[in-house]
Write a protein that binds this ligand. Sequence first.
Ligand SMILES: [Zn+2]
Ligand SMILES: [Zn+2]
Length: 350
Amino acid sequence: MRSYCIHAFGEPLVGDDRPIPEVSGTEVLIKVEAAGVCHSDLHLWDGGYDLGLGRKLSLKDRGVALPLTMGHETAGELVAVGPDAGGVDIGASYLVYPWIGCGECRSCRDGYENYCAKATYIGVHLHGGYAEYVRVPHPRYLLPIGDLDPAQVAPLACSGVTTYSALKKFGDQIAEHPVVVVGGGGLGQMCLQILRALGGKGAVVVDLDPVKREAALAAGALAAVDGGAPDVATLVMDAVGGPAHCVLDLVGSPQSAALGFDALAKGGTLVMVGLFGGNTPWSLPLIPIKAARILGSLVGNLEEMRELVALARAGRIQPIPVTRMPLDRANDALLALRNGLVVGRAVLCP
Ligand SMILES: [Zn+2]
Ligand SMILES: [Zn+2]
């Protein structure tokens, strides 16, 4: 089978021909119909994250072994099951939950495999969906999608469940207050859909790119603010109607974090998702003075993914725009994403 692999961090992916994986035990095999290309794939490709102050988080030191097939947003047809894998139907379409843990530690037993210290994420530690087939350790990680389009469902596995889990961290505040969403790309688009499905009041979207601001307004944002404006925090507060009680930072840069913090109301909540990199510009005394709640949110758990797929199957989340590309254009897709040229989501369709 064809697969696109990282052989060296920072180098173009290599198209390899490898045997179709065999399944044993509880393993199952998915014929990939769609593999979303995610921003975190860019970090994986680079081999790490910028921690600011000259430090870097190295994925090699975190157990990422090469060669690796990326792709953690995968949907397709179930074509083979191991002898101990039950409860799934060959020939049916599934979305793959990729944030797999050891299954034994406290986090895993509590249902938070995404927090497991011995994670075996698909497309990060295990070979992922930039390939014709992907092997999944257990059928519990397969979510039936019925006759939904795999290309439109695939992004739910990362950008979808990430925004879903992040928005849930605001609790019932979203019904009363607009959410300031910093970053209007794929996650921002997804956010608008999910916020509506959860009964949220709406979103004020901040982005540097006028095309993304237009897309946000077209998708129902209450307002769209130019992140490059010199008085951006004031513009955001004007759009919200005062300091913001809910801010979701999908970028994670010093600028976006500064904006999120500056616009935050006393007792407000800043949820941080983006992994752009750098260090925070906040004054420490302002954290207690604002009684700020600052939460990090990392993807989402299996239960949240089930809830989200249920919303999609009920038609309560409209598909976000996707750009379909053949598998052999994996490198082009990554470069387009890096250069900010993708509206919605790039999805590889082998
Ligand atoms: Zn675990
Ligand atoms: Zn991702």
